[in-house]
Design a protein around this ligand. Structure first.
Ligand code: PNS
Length: 166
């Protein structure tokens, strides 16, 4: 049976840490769907939703079993639309764990009866990326700090084009 994994997130913007996780998850599953949340509640996004999707598609173009899709509403509804899929989330540090555990438990309960809900699997972030997050990138970008080590090349280019960094 081919197993699909769904890696959901806001990806504003995709970081090198996300990319590491995407590559590793792509090696573990038959198919990986990177799912970008359409209606993020974040007030001031750095990139529009369409820009985020395009940057992710470009960054993932050489990984054959990865596709980028958008989702709206509840994650479990999106995952249910993929047959027998599991959710993948990265854990960077202990602080992530509380929220991620709660989200995994809620998603499992919300999606299943008698404990047969959608499962979430956690992948530990490579320590060399554990300090990197989209929110750190957004914060630094507002002060025009160069972000070469934080984001894939195409995202850096997009930031330059928008005049966010030099
Ligand atoms: O990259 P992020 O912002 O940490 O990703 C969070 C995301 C998109 C995975 C999460 O907010 C989500 O799944 N949102 C969709 C709405 C939903 O299903 N909420 C219930 C989870 S408790």
């Amino acid at each position: 049976m081919a197993v699909t994994a769904v890696y959901p997130g806001s990806f504003d913007p995709v970081t090198v840490g996300h990319m590491d996780l995407i590559r590793r998850a792509a090696g573990l599953f038959d198919r990986l769907v990177v799912a970008v949340l359409v209606n993020s509640e974040k007030k001031s996004p750095l990139f529009s939703f369409d820009e985020r999707v395009i940057m992710l598609q470009d960054a993932c173009k050489n990984i054959p079993n990865v596709s980028v899709e958008r989702f709206e509403g509840l994650l479990v509804d999106f995952v249910r639309s993929k047959k027998d899929a599991v959710i993948i989330r990265g854990l960077r540090e202990l602080m992530d764990f509380d929220m991620e555990l709660q989200m995994a438990q809620v998603n499992r309960i919300a999606s299943g009866v008698s404990g047969e809900g959608i499962e979430t699997l956690f992948l530990p972030t490579d320590p060399k990326y554990s300090h990197i997050s989209s929110s750190v990138v957004r914060e630094y970008a507002r002060y025009h700090v160069p972000l070469k080590e934080f984001v894939p090349e195409n995202v850096l280019e997009a930031m330059k084009e928008k005049g966010i960094v030099k």
